[in-house]
Design a protein. Structure first.
Lengths: 122, 112
């Protein structure tokens, strides 16, 4: 059974930093690309970032480029999102999602984690 | 970026009746490999999204056959043949042919 468990969320001041983790199980982690998708309170879904199965290719939404860094440790079956220079508009539930293939492009998400709340506020 | 537009934004359906949601993309989602990268997700209240349909019309594992997807190019439809109480939630279409991946605004389905 595929399981994705996010952790590391919480309350942070504007300009602060936070590191999210996504622990994966139930599949061969290194064979699949992974992604972060967020949902602001009462809003729709926004793709944030994606990383290939090997970790060699990373992609970002313009809204987070230069501030967020996605990475993965295929030995620990864990994906990360390092978030710096956080803004109020980054407040959202952050979901970890598994792609259906090893590449980030031309494939959608087949499994999602339960989500973790990030609140940016003074 | 590819803009995904869903209609209607909300739907109220009597149990046992059909429902239909439209999704239009600002660019064709047909890839040169012949596949069309259009997906449908359901987000039940208080839950994370779950995959219903991939590549326009393929039902994901465990998805009831009352859900069906159709369409091509830029126009797509999700149909529920007979709505049940458990189908309540927000339905999203998503394109995955070009980055950034983009979603429709969501269609909220409620039961009458």
């Amino acid at each position: 059974e595929v399981q994705l468990l996010e952790s590391g969320g919480g309350l942070v001041h504007p300009g602060g930093s936070l590191r999210l983790s996504c622990a994966a199980s139930g599949f061969t982690f290194s064979s699949y690309a992974m992604s972060w998708v967020r949902q602001a309170p009462g809003k729709g879904l926004e793709w944030v970032s994606g990383i290939s199965g090997s970790g060699g290719s990373t992609y970002y939404a313009d809204s987070v480029k230069g501030r967020f860094t996605i990475s993965r440790d295929n030995y620990k079956n864990t994906m990360y999102l390092e978030m710096n220079s956080l803004r109020a508009e980054d407040t959202a539930v952050y979901y970890c999602a598994k792609y259906g293939m090893t590449t980030v492009t031309t494939t959608g998400f087949d499994y999602w984690g339960q989500g973790i709340v990030v609140t940016v506020s003074s | 970026d590819i803009v995904m537009t869903q209609t209607p934004l909300s739907l109220s359906v009597t149990p046992g009746q059909p429902a239909s949601i439209s999704c239009k993309s600002s660019q064709s989602l047909l890839h040169s490999n012949g596949k069309t990268y259009l997906y449908w997700y359901l987000q039940r209240p208080g839950q994370s999204p779950q995959l219903l349909i991939y590549e326009v019309s393929s039902r994901f594992s465990g998805v009831p056959d009352r859900f069906s997807g159709s369409g091509s190019g830029t126009d797509f439809t999700l149909k529920i043949s007979r709505v049940e109480a458990e189908d309540v939630g927000v339905y999203y279409c998503m394109q995955a042919i070009h980055l950034p991946i983009t979603f429709g605004q969501g269609t909220r389905l409620e039961i009458k």
